[in-house]
Each structure stands twice: as C-alpha cells, then as structure tokens.
Design a protein around this ligand. Structure first.
Ligand code: HAM
Length: 415
C-alpha cells in the first residue's frame, strides 16, 4: 500500500529514505513558530480540519476553490478539508468576538489540504503558521504582524540576506484601476492578471489587460515607480524603528490571489528567488462581515507561512540542526539482580525531567554500552551495589559515584 501523492510520511531521524520527511524537523519548525508567536503575545487557537464546503466556495476565490478536497459525508452534508485557515478563523471570531478584548492576536498551526498539481514547494497537504490580528485598522497592526513574520523566519537563523518581504497594497492598485477608468465589476479580474504577471508571458498579460482597458506598459511603469502609499510608508517607518527596515521592500507585483484581501498585502521570498513564496498575507477587512452574514464587522489581517518551502530553504542554507533522540541518561542494567532498584532510579530521573533510556530485557554489558553510544546519550548510570550509582559523562569520560537518593537531582546532569 502506498501513500497518496502529495502527502507525506514523517519519520524520526536518521531518515530511512530520500522520499520521506523528518518528524524531528517538523517538530523543530513548530517549536520555533510557537515560541515566536508567543513572544509577540499571540494566543493559540484551532478549529476543525473539516468544514462546510460553503465556507470556502464564496470567500476564498477561484484558485483555492479549484483545489478543494470536498465530498458528501454520510449525512449528505457538502464538506471540505480546510485548504486554508482564514475562513475558519473568521467564523470562530465572528461567533465570539465579544468575549475578547481588541485587538485580538491569535495564531494556529493547522494542517491544510489542497488538491494541487504536485511540484517543487507544492504538495497536497502542508502545515502553516497562521497569525492574525483582528479589530485594528491602524497600520501599526500591519507592522506588528510583519515584524512577527520577520522574526518567525529569523528564529531559524535566516537573515536579511536570505529573505525579503515584498510589501504591496490593493488600495494602491484600486486607485490605479479607478484612475484608469476600470469597470468596478472587473476589479478582481484585474487583480488576478496582476497576480500572474510573473508567471505568464507578457503578450498574454497585455492581451488580458487590454480587454479591461489597460496596458502592460502602464502597469509595469506603476510597478517600477513603486511609490509607497501613506499607509505603506507608515508600516515602513514602524519597521525601521524596530531595526527591521532591511527585511522589507515595496513591490507592487505582489497583489495575492485570494479574493478576500482588501488593503495591504505581502509575501515573503528567499532573496535569490530560487523557491516559491515562504509566506503570504494581508488585510481582509470585509471577510468577517461576509461570513457572519453582516452581523459582525471587524477589520482583520494575517499571514500564513508554510512548512514545505521553509524546510527547502533551511536545507539549502544548511540551517537545520542535527536531530537525535536527545537521550540524557542511559541506565545500564548489567546485573539483573539490580533491575528493580534500577527501575526506581529510571523513574526518578525521568520525574526530574531528564530523557532516560535503558534495556527493557537482559542484555550483555558491551551491547548495552554500544546502544548508549548509538543513542548519543550524554551519560550512562549504573547501580553499584544497593546504595551507589556510577555516572559517566560519555564525552569527557569523567565518572562520579553518587548516593542513590541524590541521583535524580545531581548537579552532574546540569548541562
Ligand atoms: P497562501 O498564500 O495561500 O495564503 O498560503 C500561505 C503559504 O502557505 C504560502 O506562501 C506557501 O508557503 C504555503 N503553501 C500554500 N499552499 C501550499 C501547498 N500546496 N504546498 C505547500 N505549501 C503551501 C493563505 O493560505 C492565507 N489564508 C494566509 C492568510 C492568513 N491570510 C490572512 N491570514
């Protein structure tokens, strides 16, 4: 039996095959994401991986709807695996926003599902760090969110030489579209053409733009000028005050594919342009109103950072640490008569927070020691008689004899 295309098996390291993913690296990424979001005082939430199909069909836009995993459940409900978190968040916030002080700053680490054509950086399942701020229209919120995005990448050792946030605004494009006399009914179609500028042949883009009364030349000039709107300037100044100015640049080629964005939008890319987007987000000031059927109006903005492209970049830059079992102590049970008191020591050591391994069944001493080495244990511990434990530092080879009652909290383990 093989796994479905575009899905991943996560194994503990060392990895048995090139075609599998590291459960350790995944955990590493989650820990950094969580810790960074917490440092910005974001709170964690989660929602169901299955949602009513309708939650996505009207709100997310064509591209994502074309990629939905959807089916009828046994009760005949039309449902979908979540392809993104934002509609779920909007639904959750709309239901209980009164219980929370504004601005709401929340994050989640959802697994998402999109029936995409499998390619580099694109799978049918991925994890995202989602961070959103709700209830604040001031660009200070945009800057706060972008600072978090920058730090969520810096947490892995990436620098301004490795990645850049391309900052843009649908408001800037809205003004451009209005000035050019565009038909309001076709504004989103126009955005979609801009969104594909970098992926489509210029003649094709030009043709599509002319159908809406615009020219590629005019669009290109607007992009090249790249004059920040007042709102973008305020975000840039805010980030500069934090010493983060080098991580951002105004780039109007970014407009985002999703339908619900209303203002500032941005994407994070590796500087060399070798990989797909690391993250993307923006303002969606109307989505909560739309999802709550007009009951709740709340400005909002957020981003999603995927684990797939991030991992590719970290690998390419050699920024992933070596992962092992992280065993602190391997308890040797060389004398089976001492197994019972050894088990007591093992439990005490574990209760004190150490990672402890030992042989479950009788085994030769040299094999036990070899196992301790394979596991890269920091120490071995072995009962000597009824009252003392010999602790050995496997790196320095230093040994100490410790009274049984003092083992669990002994300073020798303070690394
Ligand atoms: P998105 O641009 O569709 O935005 O996805 C965000 C990031 O998730 C992408 O930049 C990419 O790293 C990763 N990603 C997306 N699709 C895949 C895939 N098929 N395989 C691997 N990685 C993928 C959103 O999802 C918005 N809901 C983000 C957001 C939150 N906006 C506001 N709040």
């Amino acid at each position: 039996m093989e796994r479905l295309p575009g899905f991943r098996d996560f194994y503990p390291e060392p990895l048995p095959h090139v075609d599998v993913w590291s459960a350790d690296a995944r955990q590493y990424i989650f820990e950094k994401w969580r810790a960074t979001a917490r440092r910005y005082a974001f709170r964690e939430y989660d929602g169901p991986p299955l949602e009513p199909l309708e939650l996505f069909t009207t709100k997310s836009g064509e591209e994502i709807v074309g990629q939905l995993y959807n089916f009828a459940d046994k009760g005949g409900r039309a449902i979908a695996l979540r392809p993104e978190m934002t509609p779920t968040l909007a639904r959750m916030v709309a239901a209980h926003e009164r219980n929370y002080k504004k601005p709401i700053k929340w994050f989640a680490l959802p697994q998402l599902f999109r029936y995409e054509r499998q390619q580099k950086g694109r799978l049918r399942e991925h994890f995202q760090l989602n961070a959103d701020i709700l209830g604040e229209t001031d660009p200070a919120a945009d800057a706060e969110l972008i600072a978090l995005l920058i730090d969520a990448l810096r947490a892995f050792g990436l620098t301004a030489e490795d990645f850049v946030i391309r900052l843009s605004s649908r408001n800037a494009w809205h003004d451009f579209f209005q000035r050019g006399g565009g038909d309001p009914a076709q504004e989103y179609a126009f955005y979609q053409i801009v969104d594909k500028l970098e992926r489509e042949a210029p003649e094709q883009s030009d043709q599509k733009l002319s159908a809406l009364g615009f020219s590629l030349a005019a669009v290109n000039t607007f992009v090249e000028q790249g004059l920040p709107t007042a709102e973008l300037q305020s975000i840039l100044d805010n980030l500069a005050a934090r010493g983060l100015r080098d991580f951002v640049r105004v780039d109007y080629r970014v407009i985002r594919g999703l339908a619900y964005y209303t203002g500032v939008v941005f994407e994070a890319f590796d500087r060399k342009g070798e990989f797909r987007a690391l993250a993307g987000g923006g303002r969606y000031d109307n989505l909560i109103k739309l999802i709550s059927g007009g009951k709740v109006t709340l400005p909002a903005l957020g981003f999603g950072m995927g684990d797939v492209v991030l991992l590719e970049l970290l690998k390419a830059r050699g920024l992933l640490p070596a992962f092992d079992a992280n065993v602190d102590v391997f308890v040797l049970v060389e004398d089976e008569a001492l197994r019972a008191p050894s088990l007591k020591i093992i439990q005490d050591l574990r209760s004190s927070g150490l990672v402890v391994e030992y042989p479950l069944t009788p085994g030769k001493s040299d094999k036990q020691f070899k196992r301790a080495q394979e596991l890269k244990a920091a120490f071995t511990a072995r009962l000597e008689g009824e009252t003392q434990v010999r602790i050995r530092n496997l790196k320095s080879r230093e040994e100490v004899l410790v009274a049984i009652g003092e083992v669990a909290h002994h300073t020798v383990f303070k690394r």
